[in-house]
Write a protein that binds this ligand. Structure first.
Ligand SMILES: [Zn+2]
Length: 383
């Protein structure tokens, strides 16, 4: 399949030049409005239809569609078009090409892969290929914070398979970890600092809790690791307690992040923390605590013999002459939301470096190869 490399490079450069910093991460940042308008216009210009959905003002996502002839599986290429902030970057919006690399915020994470999906769709149109199932190009908002875009699109469109094109150096990612945020509040009793017989020191009780929690933390890492993503883990990310030097602390809070692996559930992970609290409550009549999970992102895993994985494997082999490696990654991605919604999902994206760092670049050749891989995968999957 012939990829229009000029279109690919020009589109990628423009995507990088448009500031699409996530405004929830950086208050006052522009968000996805301008980039969504550009993507929709570009998709229409290459022969796709395009709709813009805006579940929250200023946070649009684009859904391009190359309609199939009917009867085949539908496929979504999913890329986020928001980025993290740019402090410390010398050229955040240059989109400059040097030594085969395109530079700028989001080039690698993940406007390169977004451009590849668009260029792959263009190659299908240009070659006159008629797919039986629909090919959808989803350029989604807010992946870097709350995944507004993918969450909204899942409700609107029914699709059989998805390729999330987060960068993987053209290898194939079959699993990633999830995470869970849990707050534990320990309640003491406020009293004048001189009145030890009246006060219950919540911060001291927190010390007891943290000592037990560190045993659990060690135990998690000693468990049988998931073959692709390793063992689960946790850390005591945020601590606060007490109201003044001469006052017994009436409250002490810790917010824990628990990283989960495929096969673990929220209930199980919260239950392990609750068991620590229950044990301490049984031992100490003054120990009072509540456990409150307040945010969950589930882990992701797809079977290597799923049709979507087979299609991407075959496409990579055709384009690159060798089968891709299968691996697992640790950061959470939108792939988990799609898979949970019953869409078989795999992750395959471009090559580069510097996600969320001061110098970010994507390898232009890998973007062009990815475009061809995505087009071939659509031919296999949607036929
Ligand atoms: Zn990303």
């Amino acid at each position: 399949m012939k990829i229009d490399s000029e279109y690919t490079q020009a589109t990628l450069a423009r995507l990088v030049q448009i500031n699409s910093i996530n405004p929830t991460l950086a208050p006052g940042a522009p968000g996805e409005r301008e980039i969504a308008d550009f993507i929709a216009a570009s998709l229409r210009s290459i022969g796709l239809s395009a709709e813009i959905f805006e579940p929250e003002p200023g946070r649009p996502s684009v859904l391009g569609r190359l309609a199939g002839t009917g009867g085949g599986r539908s496929l979504m290429l999913n890329a986020h078009c928001d980025t993290v902030d740019v402090p410390g970057m010398a050229e955040p919006f240059s989109g400059a090409l040097r030594d085969g690399k395109i530079y700028g915020r989001g080039a690698f994470d993940m406007k390169g892969s977004l451009a590849a999906g668009m260029a792959g769709a263009k190659a299908l149109v240009d070659s006159g290929t008629r797919l039986r199932g629909d090919l959808l190009i989803a350029a989604v908002a807010d992946e870097e914070y709350g995944s507004l875009g993918t969450t909204d699109l899942i409700r609107r469109v029914k699709v059989d398979g998805a390729i999330v094109t987060e960068p993987t150096a053209l290898e194939v990612c079959l699993a990633h970890k999830g995470y869970l945020w849990i707050e534990i509040e320990i309640t003491g009793r406020a009293a004048h600092g001189s009145k030890f017989e009246q006060g219950i020191d919540a911060n001291m009780k927190m010390g007891l809790f943290l000592a037990r929690l560190s045993l659990l933390e060690r135990d998690l890492r000693a468990r049988t690791p998931h073959p692709l993503v390793g063992p689960p883990s946790l850390h005591a990310a945020l601590l606060s307690g007490g109201s003044g030097l001469s006052t017994y602390a009436a409250s002490s809070k810790v917010q824990i992040e628990r990283r989960t692996i495929p096969g673990e559930t929220e209930q199980q992970a919260v239950g392990e923390i609750q068991a620590i609290v229950d044990g301490l409550t049984a031992e100490d009549p003054d120990f009072r605590a509540t456990v409150r999970p307040f945010f969950v992102r589930n882990p992701f895993e797809v079977a290597p013999d799923a049709a979507i994985v087979q299609a991407v494997d075959a496409a990579v082999a055709k384009v690159r002459g060798k089968a891709p490696a299968h691996f697992g990654d640790t950061p959470w991605m939108d792939a988990a939301l799609l898979q949970e919604a019953g869409v078989e999902t795999v992750v395959c994206g471009a090559t580069g470096a510097g996600a969320h760092a001061d110098v970010e670049w994507v390898d232009l050749n890998s973007v062009i190869e990815l475009a061809e891989i995505l087009a071939e995968a659509a031919v296999i999957y949607c036929s």
